[in-house]
Design a protein around this ligand. Structure first.
Ligand code: IPD
Length: 282
């Protein structure tokens, strides 16, 4: 049977590639940098311009589909996942990298139908790497199949995570205590490239064994979640429970053995759900 979402996925790849061109061009020009939830939660005109470009292009081709976009939500649009086909977009994942010229900046497009993720596209625009994953059909980078690492010994692993943009000292303490415990298992190393989407693609590629973070958003992880699972990995909550796209928590790993070992070391902290009513968000 023909894939009902092939046209949408092809469009996502085309639009992500074009969005990447806009990002590369913008790096040559002066940037207008603004702040969102805090002085370290950055946004630029390029984030807004790229999201508008993706939105317009998808709306023209798929007028009945829904959208959740990082910058639209920041501008007050609801962040609600319904059964309708929904594009979940981070136009510039790694905005802080983009601002500083740190060379990992991705366009992330996830696509869900009836609340189930169908495909994910992550274009790491400065590396020119196009990662794709289609439910049940595998994951690829620039057309070559992706496969997670087969490592089951945590002491032989690299684990990725991020410091995020919450500077509440209690939260920062928990982030560092978790990293300290994981480092001291010991593991081969810890890394983080400043974009959740690329961190997840690195798990899918087998370059690192796992990635976890609390405080990220659905648009950071929707596409990566499909790519990791289609490369043979697992995606779950940081407490080992089922993955919840709106929870702002993710643990992606090459297998359950590594994931459950990491779960034991994570000191969780609260993060408002993405789909919490606006007035309940802190
Ligand atoms: C951020 C990046 C970063 C992660 C943050 C995200 P943004 O996305 O993915 O790696 O640590 O939690 O918010 O803001 O650059 O799109």
């Amino acid at each position: 049977m023909a894939d009902p979402w092939q046209g949408a996925m092809d469009h996502a790849v085309a639009v992500a590639r074009k969005a990447g061109e806009i990002i590369r061009e913008a790096l040559q020009n002066d940037m207008k940098i603004m702040c969102k939830s805090s002085s370290v939660d950055l946004v630029t005109k390029t984030d807004q311009q790229v999201e508008q470009f993706i939105f317009d292009s998808v709306r023209e081709k798929f007028p009945t589909h829904s959208f959740i976009g990082e910058e639209s939500v920041a501008a007050g649009q609801p962040c609600t996942l319904t059964d309708n086909p929904t594009w979940i977009i981070d136009p510039v994942d790694g905005t802080t990298n983009f601002v500083h010229g740190f060379p990992f900046v991705a366009v992330s497009i996830g696509f869900a139908v009836k609340k189930e993720l169908e495909f994910g596209v992550v274009y790491s625009s400065l590396e020119d790497k196009m990662y794709t994953g289609r439910r049940g059909k595998g994951a690829y980078c620039n057309g070559l199949p992706l496969q997670v690492s087969d490592q089951t010994d945590i002491s032989q692993c690299i684990i990725n995570s991020e410091m995020g943009s919450n500077r509440d000292p209690e939260v920062v303490d928990k982030i560092f205590s978790t990293m300290r415990k994981i480092l001291c298992i010991p593991v081969h190393g810890m890394r983080g490239v400043g974009t959740a989407a690329v961190n997840m693609c690195l798990v899918a590629s087998g370059a690192v064994e796992a990635y976890f973070e609390i405080g990220i958003h659905c648009w950071d992880m929707a596409a990566g979640a499909v790519i990791v699972t289609e490369a043979g990995g697992v995606v779950m909550d940081v407490d080992g429970g089922p993955f919840d796209l709106m929870s702002r928590r993710v643990l992606a790993a090459n297998n359950k053995t590594i994931a459950t070992r990491i779960v034991k070391e994570i000191d969780a902290f609260p993060a408002d759900r993405d789909d919490a009513p606006q007035q309940e968000k802190q």
